[in-house]
Design a protein around this ligand. Structure first.
Ligand code: SAM
Length: 278
């Protein structure tokens, strides 16, 4: 079914050219954390990324594409799939896409998806390779990069501990390059994390600038819980005290520390060294 501007209903294809359409405002509002929290939705941009997410079974609410790509084979196929699953397909002008995404040169396709996280007590530790716990991470680019790296090394998931940046924010999602759809995400308060940690069946490895053990000296038996501190102050002492091992990546120059995403990548490649082949 194809309708013109008006309020949206699932399972429909609509054409939207008016910047005043309420659907435009609703999607634009998802750039703000409070609206993502209120709706449980988020936006991802790019045809391949959106199509891959749908292919992986991630629940999509609205599929938006520019009129000019309407006959693209993957756009047609993806739109048909969204409608079949009760979602809404919007065929829009580029001006509408610009307004929705707050970008001058927007991607020709965006998807509005439901947020998905795993409750802490549903984390399957028995089949885990490595989970990465991030305490108080604040930079969306760092978080997105870590999710992308976690995906690349076959990590089981990323656990956000305490007050952190929103993983479903536009900048974080962009930095994941699609890995937001392929890595399990969990969230916990510091108190909930402390209560859960004794149930971890393997080694808990923390990274700390005052550690005396070289990260290459440890034999990493999976499942590993890799604990990274935040960008400003590193792992607080009470959380560092919950780790079985504290390790440091040696540095030769004048730098005080490595970037959080870089140090997480170095650690992950060491933890998973024996498991990865080209
Ligand atoms: N001023 C902070 C501090 O004193 O910890 C710097 C934090 S650093 C930018 C962010 C996080 O990256 C650290 O908490 C740690 O998890 C990790 N990290 C950075 N450089 C590291 C290194 N050389 N060895 C181990 N971990 C490191």
């Amino acid at each position: 079914m194809n309708t013109q501007d008006g309020p949206g209903r699932p399972g429909l294809v609509k054409t939207v050219t008016s910047l005043a359409n309420p659907l435009v405002k609703d999607i634009r509002a998802l750039s703000q954390r409070k609206h993502r929290q209120a709706t449980g939705l988020f936006v991802a941009e790019g045809l391949k990324l959106v199509a891959d997410a749908i292919e992986a079974g991630w629940p999509i609410k609205t599929f938006v594409h520019a009129e000019k790509v309407a006959s693209h084979e993957l756009v047609t196929r993806t739109a048909a799939r969204v409608v079949a699953h009760g979602g809404l397909v919007l065929k829009v002008s580029e001006a509408v896409l610009e307004k929705m995404t707050r970008r001058d040169n927007p991607q020709m396709v965006i998807g509005v998806f439901e947020q998905k996280t795993v409750p802490l007590d549903a984390i399957d530790t028995s089949s885990a390779t490595v989970w990465i716990a991030l305490e108080g991470i604040k930079d969306p680019g760092n978080l997105g990069t870590i999710l992308r790296t976690a995906d690349a090394v076959g990590a089981s998931g990323v656990l956000l501990v305490g007050d952190t940046v929103d993983p479903f924010g536009t900048e974080a999602v962009r930095a994941t390059m699609g890995s937001i759809f392929h890595v399990r995400l969990a969230r916990a308060s510091v108190e909930a994390f402390k209560a859960w940690r004794p149930g971890w069946p393997g080694t808990v490895v923390g990274t700390h600038l005052s550690a005396t053990e070289d990260y290459r000296a440890v034999s990493y038996e999976e499942p590993v819980l890799l604990f990274m501190g935040n960008e400003q102050s590193g792992l607080p002492e009470d959380l560092a005290g919950l780790c079985d091992r504290l390790v440091k990546i040696p540095m030769a120059g004048k730098a005080d520390s490595l970037n959080l995403a870089v140090s997480t990548a170095v650690m992950l490649y060491e933890v998973r060294r024996g498991q990865l082949t080209v």
